[in-house]
Write a protein that binds this ligand. Sequence first.
Ligand SMILES: Nc1ncnc2c1ncn2[C@@H]1O[C@H](COP(=O)(O)OP(=O)(O)O)[C@@H](O)[C@H]1O
Ligand SMILES: [Mg+2]
Length: 1110
Amino acid sequence: MSKMEVKTSLLDNMIGVGDMVLLEPLSEDSFIENLKKRFDHNEIYTYIGSVVISMNPYRSLPIYTPDKVEEYRNRNFYELSPHIYALADEAYRSLRDQDKDQCILITGESGAGKTEASKLVMSYVAAVCGKGQEVNKVKEQLLQSNPVLEAFGNAKTVRNDNSSRFGKYMDIEFDFKGDPLGGVISNYLLEKSRVVKQPRGERNFHIFYQLLSGASEDTLRKLKLERDFSKYNYLSLDSAAVNGLDDSANFRTVRNAMQIVGFMEDEVQSVLELVAAVLKLGNIEFKPESRVNGLDESRVKDKNDLKEMCELLGIEQGVLERAFSFRTVEAKQEKVSTTLNVAQAYYARDALAKNLYSRLFSWLVNRINESIKAQTKTRKKVMGVLDIYGFEIFEDNSFEQFIINYCNEKLQQIFIELTLREEQEEYIREGIEWTHIEYFNNAVICDLIENNTNGILAMLDEECLRPGTVTDDTFLDKLNTVCAEHPHFESRLSKSSKFLNDHSLPHCCFRIQHYAGKVLYRVEGFMDKNNDLLYRDLSQAMWKANHSLMKVLFPEGNPSKVNLKRPPTAGFQFRASVGTLMRNLQTKNPNYIRCIKPNDKKAAHIFTEALVCHQVRYLGLMENVRVRRAGYAFRQPYEPCLERYKMLCKQTWPHWRGPARDGVEVLLKDLQIPVEEYSYGRSKIFIRNPRTLFTLEEVRKQRLQDLATLIQKIYRGWKCRTHFLLMKKSQVTVAAWYRRYAQQKRYQQVKSSAIVVQSFIRGWRARKILRELKYQKRCKEAVTTIAAFWHGTQARRELRRLKEEARRKHAVAVIWAYWLGLKVRREYRKFFRANAGRKIYEFTMQRIMQKYFLDLKKTMPSMSPIDKSWPARPYLFLEDTHEELRRIFHLWRCKKYRSQFTEQKKAIFEEKLEASEMFKDRKALYPSSVSQPFKGDYLEISKNPKYQKLGSLVEEKIILADTVNKVNRANGKGAPRLFLLTKNSLILADQKSGQIKSNVPLDDIGSVSVSSQSDGFFALRLKEGSAAAAKGDFLLSSERLIEIVTKLHRTAASTAGRSQIRVDITDEFLVQFKQDKVCVKFVPGGPRNGNSATCKRKNNRLLEVSVPSP
Ligand SMILES: Nc1ncnc2c1ncn2[C@@H]1O[C@H](COP(=O)(O)OP(=O)(O)O)[C@@H](O)[C@H]1O
Ligand SMILES: [Mg+2]
């Protein structure tokens, strides 16, 4: 353990006082008060020196964890707060390190927690001792023996749901390293009467219930058992189910534990068969059968159970049946067979059941021992754990309680002896003077029971062996005489007659003042139980059984080994084994665990002071403390003492160099503790009065506070200084960084300003240079310009001069020429006539004209009237002549052209001309008609057979025949009609039949109206009052409108005396339809239904013709 780890001491954080020796003031009240206080704070363990007092908490506390085991491992006993682990560790370490055999003695009332304590000790030792495969197996076997033994040996009693009904002492054997090698279990007196009868509110042994509720159907069938508890006479039913106890789960645990411990499968089976057999046995019932001699003989009532039991154990049914009816008494080579009455048969049955079960239990213990016994023969160290049934006081106490209490009495004895001896030995060891202390020694009570000559057990044996009629009452009588004077024996009829009037003491009872209280024993059954008689017939029947265990369990049944001597009585056996146990314990170093139960209700949190007080009293705990304190209340080795208190003295604080003892001496002297308050042992300091220790503790506490303050002060100082230094360092760092930053900033500013200034200067300089350069450049340019101008001026001057010179020369030449001409003319005038000039002119003109006409003849255009070409004029002055010649030529060639025409062709042209005069530039349809020849007869009526009839009807020559559309006056739609024009009339006929629809004389036609647009509509307007006018005007349309209207007009004009037909060109005109005058209006419209115009009657007065725009 590191030095730094904080050690908690027994004296630290104590609830109440951890060690009763230090209790101040010491009184029974303060003792109980201390226990209660600790119990209320879940501190169930308290020390009296090295003895551990354990209060049963009746609930699981979190103080048995692996962490706790580690905490207590290898620590000094007083180092930590009291715990059973501290005791176990102390015992284990002194076994391992000091080679001392140990025993752990656990005492206390039934239900006080002894068995639990023993298991805790064992589990602790298992946890801290060596590890390894082999070792672990041994450990596991040792630990797993507990569930097996508890199943067979524990039962629910009124005091404890899991009360051990046998005494158990287990030796665990270790090798020199402290590794477990194995163990030996001794068992003491199983309370076998429980097998056949249980007091009210209690149960039989756990195994019966576990088997019935936990075994599989298959197993039960094999064992011929039924699950129902109520089927079995031996099982008490009122408390069959116990709260918090799961029998079936426990059965599995037991089976598993048996397997781990090393039971073979067939062994387990045999054990269960025996358990089943006991149950079956309980169900066998008897009935009386009268015999000739007048006595009743018992007979088995229902043989089924008997049969099944015999089958289970392999017994011949007849043999057993006989054994329940007869008894063979052998005396001096004589065999006498007597009959058994019903009561005796029942007695025999129960005796058999008890023996069967208790022998099975002993066999189990032996079998376990076989498994767990140490394999090696090396020298072993031993740790014994004693868990014996606790002191019992019931309402009705019998032989079992007597025996149990005797055992406890013996344990108390050994406790007293060993504690005192140990105390004494320590003083001697340490070289300290020993002073004697008074305490109650229970040796007298032990003597009352076990004295060889007049002890109660001896009396009982004597009475059992005495020939003649012996009963329980004769035994009581005997006690009344022999023990009358004993201070701890009380009986109503005792010789001393002290208790004659004590009505709390019935006649059939005696009372013993045990160390733990007075117990009233009923003598009934003492003799039987002590005798523990099993009829030989039964044991022989058992021995004969064909079952693996029976021969081992009933060796006395072997007929070849008939022993006439009575077997030792139960009391005798027990006394002997207790004697052996005591001797065994005395050779070992004892460790005590004294268990106390806080209440009678098996409930947590309840502390019944009276009950605890009673236990404290009879356990002699107060005496224990007193003995411990008589000499010196407190002792401690020098090293831990110095370690704990060294801060109280300057010389020893903080380090004492030198022997610890000297340190303690210096310390105590310095503290001025009176010399008589302590003495120096060899290795320990002994402090007489707890008060001294508490003073020390008080001063230590004070000093610890001072030290804490000091540490705090130094720590605070250190912390502040460190903090300050850190701050200072940080400040410097920050300042440095800041300065650096500021300087950097400033430098950058200066640098940038410098750059600005620099750039300005550079700029200024550069501009200056630039100006200079520009100036120079301008100068150069100026020079060049000036030079250029100068050169230009020079050149121009030169040019002007040269031009002037040339002009002068020219002028000179002209003048010279004129002058020469003048001179020539003056000279030659006399040689020419006066009009020679005119003659030259005329001649020249003649020549020119000649050439003009000859050229014209050569380049004359063609004779076609439409040829527009004409040669260009050669001279401007011939302009007019040239044009005139062109006109004349054209007229001439037209005349030439016309002169070629026939009469017919001439008429056609005339017609075309007339059409042109009428429509040119007035109707948009006109241009398209120019190129079409006016054929006139398009239908060829005379040739067409279809129109033969029509042709015959029209006598006159047909000028024009064509198909037109007659516009329906009602809706504007067109209907085709044949249109025939003759010299005198106009005929409209049906197109298909050729039948004449109307025949209108040309004289009746007043005018024709057409539009200016490209449509072919035309209205024939009749003269008012004419014959044809009655039908109204005709509105027709034709592609060949221009031809029709021209022909109509010409025909009308050609006849002399006939009025002309007027042609009106207008886009809106009125038409007479019968009575109505309808306005026909032409509107431009989109090219919708092809290119033809459409006519639509808009209303009564309007007929709209929409003409698609071209
Ligand atoms: N240390 C403990 N922690 C929790 N419960 C305990 C403890 N000791 C005893 N008990 C409870 O008390 C009951 C009785 O204990 P047990 O050891 O069987 O008594 P004894 O053997 O003294 O008759 C146990 O079944 C258990 O419920
Ligand atoms: Mg127990």
